[in-house]
Unconditional design. Structure first.
Length: 267
């Protein structure tokens, strides 16, 4: 029997073509809440939603909760995700700013819990890099842990984001990740990373140096050091200007089966 993890891949037209001709097998398409895209994806395979929700900027109240609840129900998405961010005026090392962000996160996550009653709420770590300095405070693993534990919610671990943050700070990515609440893990994201315009960026195909981080994560889950997540997603490929130029069929054909097998071990 396979592990209980469902393996997902970002929906893209190139991936859809490979599914249509029977060249790839996996569990789910990972999709944004775009109506046209969802219609195309669900015609081929089950999907789940990755929502464009952020906490930390006091924007949660602007969400169309009724529409999102309807989409979550229609797609059988198992949880509601959000991204933990901050505002530029908050400074690292300032205790008052740190407490202000923590309180803001807690306030907004509690709104999500109320509006999406019955769904686990999970929070994702974002990547700190020099171009986005406000993410330094928002990516603090201990601050993330405090918010998740205080609100009794879950973790969405983006391994590539953790690697970028660790690279920027000059620390080991495994040490960074081990400071997150891995006993509350619900979802894992994996991509390749590479230098792009001088900075480490994600959402690329896997390079040889990317595989050890994925294998390490799979080992931690299999050995019980981390909670077994409901979903592991390969965030490679996509639609639109941001993703389409770095979506290649050859990478999907080679790398999706390897990752699917890596996180679908026999019990």
């Amino acid at each position: 029997m396979r592990s209980g993890i469902r393996f997902a891949v970002n929906y893209s037209t190139k991936l859809a073509e490979l599914v249509k001709v029977g060249k790839l097998d996996f569990d789910l398409f990972k999709c944004p809440e775009w109506d046209g895209l969802l219609k195309a994806a669900t015609a081929l395979k089950p999907v789940y939603l990755h929502l464009d929700i952020t906490v930390g900027r006091d924007e949660v109240q602007k969400l169309d909760f009724e529409k999102l609840r309807k989409l979550l129900t229609e797609t059988h998405t198992p949880h509601v995700n959000c991204h933990m961010t901050a505002t530029p005026e908050l400074k690292v090392g300032n205790k008052a700013d740190r407490n202000k962000l923590l309180k803001q996160w807690i306030k907004e996550i509690e709104v999500l819990k109320q509006e999406f009653a019955g769904y686990p709420v999970i929070s994702e770590n974002l990547p700190f890099e020099p171009l986005i300095p406000e993410y330094q405070l928002a990516s603090d693993p201990k601050l993330i842990s405090e918010a998740i534990i205080e609100t009794d919610t879950g973790l969405l671990l983006d391994i590539s984001h953790a690697r970028i943050t660790a690279d920027t700070l000059g620390i080991d990515y495994q040490d960074y990740i081990e400071n997150l609440p891995l006993d509350r893990l619900h979802e894992v994201h994996i991509t390749g990373v590479r230098r792009y315009h001088g900075f480490l960026e994600d959402h690329f195909e896997m390079q040889p140096e990317d595989w050890p981080s994925a294998e390490w994560a799979a080992d931690q889950i299999r050995l019980g050091a981390w909670r077994e997540p409901e979903i592991v997603a390969f965030e490679y490929g996509g639609v639109g200007e941001w993703f389409s130029w770095r979506t290649d069929s050859w990478a999907l054909e080679e790398q999706v089966p390897r990752l699917f097998k890596m996180f679908g071990w026999e019990k």
